[in-house]
Structure formats: structure tokens, C-alpha cells
Design a binder for this molecule. Structure first.
Ligand SMILES: [Zn+2]
Length: 108
């Protein structure tokens, strides 16, 4: 009998996870995501397109970093395109706000 040959196992890939990515990998989030997709009948809330699998994005209406929650009421189904647009819009809005603050406010 040969010495026990250890089954070779591929090295575990270590992904440098940001907190946000880790959040989307929890079983809790997956269950929530499925629930939102069912609630919205897998339709993008912006364009009404039916989206499946990876194309179906569950979006935080108010982003977490802006004080939004994981509550179902703050979640919506979006297609990849509309989610991308929304995220870019939020980033622009964030920059706009930063600029305002740096300028020292002013009247709205
Ligand atoms: Zn859409």
C-alpha cells in the first residue's frame, strides 16, 4: 500500500473582498434577492424588460452608503443597463454634492 497520497487540491483563490462584495455573498442577501425578483415578476422597474440570472440586478433604491437599508421597500429589480445608469448617476450626484460642500455651501 503506497503512502497515503493526499488528493491534490487547487489552492483556494483568495479574492480581496471589499465589504460591499462580501455583503452580496451572504445567504441572506441571496434569499432577499430572489424574493425581490419574484415580487417584481423579474421585470426591470425602469424599462419593464424581463430579466433573468446575471442580467437581473437587485438595486438599493437609496444606496447603502447614503443611509439606505436592506429592507424590501428599498430594493428594486433593474436590468443591467438601467442599474449601470443609476449607479453612474449616483456617482455624479455624489461628486456634485462634494463640490458644493467644498465650495462652502451657498444658496440652493
Ligand atoms: Zn431596464
Amino acid at each position: 500500500m503506497p503512502a497515503a497520497i493526499k488528493r491534490w487540491q487547487p489552492p483556494r483563490r483568495r479574492r480581496s473582498c471589499t465589504k460591499e462584495v462580501a455583503h452580496y455573498q451572504t445567504a441572506d442577501w441571496r434569499a432577499r434577492r430572489r424574493r425581490i425578483l419574484i415580487r417584481d415578476a423579474s421585470r426591470c422597474r425602469v424599462c419593464g424588460r424581463v430579466v433573468y440570472g446575471r442580467a437581473a440586478h437587485v438595486d438599493h433604491i437609496i444606496p447603502l452608503e447614503n443611509g439606505g437599508t436592506d429592507d424590501d421597500a428599498n430594493l428594486q429589480t433593474l436590468c443591467e443597463r438601467d442599474h449601470g445608469r443609476k449607479t453612474r448617476g449616483e456617482q455624479r450626484a455624489g461628486k456634485f454634492l462634494d463640490a458644493k460642500i467644498k465650495k462652502g455651501g451657498g444658496s440652493f
